[in-house]
Ligand binder design. Sequence first.
Ligand SMILES: Nc1ncnc2c1ncn2[C@@H]1O[C@H](COP(=O)(O)OP(=O)(O)OP(=O)(O)O)[C@@H](O)[C@H]1O
Ligand SMILES: [Mg+2]
Length: 324
Amino acid sequence: MHTPLHVHGLSHRYPGATRRALDDVDLSVRPGECLALLGPNGAGKTTLIRAATGLLVPDGGTVTVAGGDPRHADVRARLGVMLQATAFPSHLTVRELVVGAALRAGRTTADADRMLADLGIDDLAGRRTRTLSGGQQRRLQLARALVTDPDLLVLDEPTEGLDLASRRATWEHLAARRERGTAILLTTHLVAEAGTVADRVAVLSAGRIVADATPTVLTDQLPDRTIHVHTTVATASLAALPGVLTIDRAPADDPDPARRDRTSIVTRRPEDVLRQLLVLDPAAHGLRVVGASLEDAVATLGGAGDARGPRPTSTTHHDRKDAA
Ligand SMILES: Nc1ncnc2c1ncn2[C@@H]1O[C@H](COP(=O)(O)OP(=O)(O)OP(=O)(O)O)[C@@H](O)[C@H]1O
Ligand SMILES: [Mg+2]
């Protein structure tokens, strides 16, 4: 099987623009893999997707989809595409639209009906597309993109406007597709969702790929760990442990007794801190150690957008050494 998507040295500058929308981008997606493309507004995600789907002719570099040029119709047939803004022909019904896509790709009417049922929109089959709600339209777009059984599925914000149940159903369905080898390239602003559904995350910043790794590798790059624990050890004693950066604690006179000894300790040496804490307080309990979130990691990489800026270093945790 060909690599579903291979992008090499891709560069593009829109006419009149001062800087490149894409600058020497390398990227590939393997069969069955899901790659999430993240980055702030204007980073170049849509430009990359347009180049990957043959809608834009880049200034430089190469794009191959299933081994061919996505501008050729036979290669485009290997692609399922769900763009962010799609206008459906409003005179068609839901079923007519999906059946049409199926037949054009050499599939059958039965394939189309199964697709509608799988995505839970069979009850809408006879409806005109213009009468659909936003979430129903997203599901119809997905049905149309999937019914051709593509090698590569390109999804621009696929779960935007979907309720929680529909989001879950969508990802479950896509997971089953991936088992059969379908590769997915997706963009999303829901970074946490990308972290749970994608095998790999590529972060675009000002047209350049600044990271391409698994979500775990990206979050592990941030050294801060937060230890959540219930302990009666005095805050000053905790602060004296080697490697403790900040401590956050409910007030000692908190009216809720269950909260009084709840403590969050930020450190880059969680094992050292825990070993010593458990010596000081063998009855410490409710222990949880959490790493940085994918949002933190993406923000640190410069992919969070101008409004958010670089990640602050632990300033959200105020030091409560005075609390005990
Ligand atoms: N048709 C166009 N003509 C000129 N400049 C464009 C055009 N389309 C996009 N750009 C510029 O290219 C850059 C990348 O835009 P692109 O739409 O690829 O970003 P994006 O990552 O998809 O952003 P968003 O998260 O807002 O969708 C931006 O600076 C944008 O202003
Ligand atoms: Mg975009």
